[in-house]
Design a protein around this ligand. Sequence first.
Ligand code: OSB
Ligand code: MG
Length: 370
Amino acid sequence: MSRIELVRLRRIDMPLVRPFRTSFGTQTARDVLIVEVVTEDGVSGWGECAAMEWPGYSAEYVDGAVDVLIEHLVPRVLADRTLDPQRAHSQLARLMGHPMAKSALETAMLDAWLREQGRSLADFLGAVRSEVDCGVSVGIPTSIDALLSEVGSYVDAGYRRIKLKIEPGWDIEPVRAVREAWPDMPLQTDANQAYTRADTALLGAMDPLDLLLVEQPLPEDDLRGHTLLAEQIDTPVCLDESIISTAVADTAIAFGATSVINIKPGRVGGYLEAKAIHDLCVERDIPVWCGGMLETGIGRAANVALAALPGFTLPGDTSASSRYFATDITEPFVLQDGRLRVPAGPGIGVDPIPSLLDEFGTWSTVLDGR
Ligand code: OSB
Ligand code: MG
């Protein structure tokens, strides 16, 4: 087993091609935290932190992730320097919370470890596909006309499923307008916890729109509310924010709170945990799909590898680079016939372009434990 020489943290400022508005706020750029683990042999492994600038999606945010990495997480892995992602996973689990920060560090270690073996992440995780079906997540725009034109551009680009962000006041009407314009398009909604148990009738009113699922309608901690809702409406309930671990996934499935699961590696603390949730869902006959956090090519490469596992039977929020950024920091991911190709090279299979890391970079630090 090789050893870790140093860990470099970088922040890059990546403007989005259009603002992304959800019930928790509007993102116009991504303040992306990138973790690089460098081995004694000079091999670099890469991990992207999914946290946003403010704690709107979950409790994590970029400044907090930087702090916990510098003060707590990186010192744990530099204490013995062994490049062993599985062991790091168990060690980091002793510290509570901060799954997105942990995921970024663990993924960088996993990437370096796999690169040293010349093995791809897709192969390591158990991928069964060389390309994955892609959907796209559409933010809340300023008007129904703007929504129809944005969705139209994604349909023309070949996306295989459309997800509409909804919130109270922006739900039945826009969703119906999209359904009427594209009667056969696989369509789903995502509320990011914006409704309450009192909104059952309103959410049920969307049943005739033939939606694949409604994602996270109620607050993260309200598993019972989701069970009650699922009993009352025909549209399948899919949990995102609530599913923070394999144990919670097991509970939510057993209690009938979710019949589909959105797996996001950042939210669950990394690809090892994501794989465990996938395996549980396959065993329980629960379809899964790969969520996203507006990642650059670094995070996207790993997500696309995960989405190639057998239980990922629904198109993911794994869109092309061009849906997010004018310039990605890796070779861009390009949609071909509504699919993205799974990287086959060692580790995550893509590299950040050094000049672009510099160009978009806003901050960096090196931690070597010495
Ligand atoms: O809830 O799935 C979500 C983006 C940021 C935070 C939360 C979510 C999202 C998305 C976009 O829906 C997914 C993507 O295209 O990366
Ligand atoms: Mg979601």
